[in-house]
Design a protein around this ligand. Structure first.
Ligand SMILES: Cc1ncc(COP(=O)(O)O)c(C=O)c1O
Length: 388
């Protein structure tokens, strides 16, 4: 039996009774985190909840998962501040690059900074000195992503600079994989080798390692147990989605998110009466079509036009014609069944049929990450918890 509760987080659109909504199963999130822990213990876990928790709603996910997590990872300062303002006390690392003028805010809200260059590190140290505080930093190294971070081959410059900074606590040291979810793990293994070389600096100088060494995202958690170190950083896995089709599914995951709507209009359309903008689809017989009040303005990508499927009355039926900003049409068929008010599954399960975020990614020519993070905030999030 399910107890359904709508948590209204920071958006007036959440107060509507729009039949189009996202359902997030909090128990599935917890079960996924538990499965990750079982695979990576005794390592700590940083839950990655940036980009509105991959579309699942950052505040609710934080409140639900933070008590079971060691660290939270977000992308930008504002996400960290929002979590602090909502009462989240768990340590938070902002994974992205920073600007000097942001540094006092990091310190004020007790957010851990990514120090990705010597210049940034020294700016953080100076700001902390002025505020008479200690700033917590994680040093970021580039082992093969060519994004932010000091190259592995000049890593000692940042490591030595950190030793000279008196107003910092160098709590962590990290890097990020480019291809850990691939079938061919050569590049990931090379990155791991480089990360280990960076870490060798400490024993070579008879120094202890920073307390938190971390590099493993979902792909590495699933495929590279030797990359576990002191902490892992699962993102997409938490939400019950595998990072790629190729990845080895060494942890059992359950999708947490369903996306639902309701039929808002039923009609029979005739041959030579094209459906929707651009007239790119028409039936060659009288057929029953339904309008669904969801479109690319909600994050249901227009590129899926004429490719996507939805579930109505337990049957997968094709979406037809161009997906509009706020509406789209599905074809029930000449003898298909369905009518106004019927539940429509865009992502999720109904009777024996299921549509996954991966399915939408295939139809849209993208990855499930992009599908999930693009579900617009005007789609209300409803949180489901098993009634104990
Ligand atoms: C630095 C960093 N760590 C961890 C993650 C989580 O990755 P995933 O969702 O593939 O587990 C991300 C996501 O992009 C990231 O940028």
């Amino acid at each position: 039996m399910f107890l359904s509760l709508t948590l209204r987080y920071n958006d007036p659109m959440q107060n509507t009774i729009r039949p189009t909504h996202v359902e997030v199963n909090l128990d599935h999130l917890c079960a996924n985190l538990k499965a990750i822990k079982a695979k990576t213990a005794p390592a700590k876990v940083m839950i990655i909840i940036k980009a509105n928790a991959y579309g699942h709603g950052m505040e609710a996910v934080a409140h639900h998962l933070a008590p079971h997590a060691d660290y939270i990872g977000v992308a930008v300062l504002e996400e960290g501040i929002l979590l602090r303002k909502k009462g989240i006390q768990t340590p938070i690392l902002v994974l992205g690059g920073i600007w000097e003028e942001q540094i006092p805010e990091f310190i004020k809200y007790n957010l851990t900074l990514t120090a990705s260059s010597v210049e940034r590190l020294q700016q953080i140290d100076r700001a902390a000195e002025m505020l008479e505080k200690k700033a917590i930093v994680h040093l970021k190294f580039d082992t093969g992503m060519e994004r932010i971070g000091v190259h592995y081959y000049t890593a000692h410059t940042l490591q030595e600079a950190a030793l000279g900074c008196k107003h910092l606590i160098t709590e962590g040291i990290y890097s990020h994989f480019a291809n850990s979810d691939a079938e061919n793990l050569d590049h990931a293994r090379l990155q791991l080798e480089r990360f280990n070389e960076v870490l060798d600096f400490y024993p070579k100088h008879s120094l202890p390692y920073p307390a938190l060494r971390h590099i493993a995202n979902s792909g590495a958690i699933l495929q590279l147990p030797e990359a576990t170190f002191d902490m892992v950083r699962p993102g997409i896995m938490l939400y019950g989605v595998y990072p790629s089709d190729e990845v080895q599914r060494t942890v059992n995951l359950t999708p947490a998110l369903s996306w639902k709507s309701k039929v808002v209009y039923f009609k029979v359309t005739q041959p030579n009466h094209p459906v929707s903008y651009g007239s790119i689809w028409q039936s060659d017989e009288n057929t029953r079509v339904v309008t669904i009040p969801v479109g690319y303005g909600d994050g249901y990508f227009r590129t899926m036009s004429n490719k996507a499927k939805v579930i109505i009355r337990g049957i997968k039926v094709p979406q037809v014609g161009r997906i509009c900003m706020d509406q789209m049409v599905a074809n029930l068929g000449a003898n298909g069944s369905g009518y106004n008010g019927d539940e429509v599954i865009l992502i999720g399960k109904q009777e024996n049929e299921r549509i996954t975020a991966e399915d939408l990614a295939h139809w849209a020519g993208t990855i499930p990450y992009e599908i999930l993070t693009n579900i617009n905030t005007r789609v209300p999030r409803v949180y489901i918890k098993t009634d104990a």
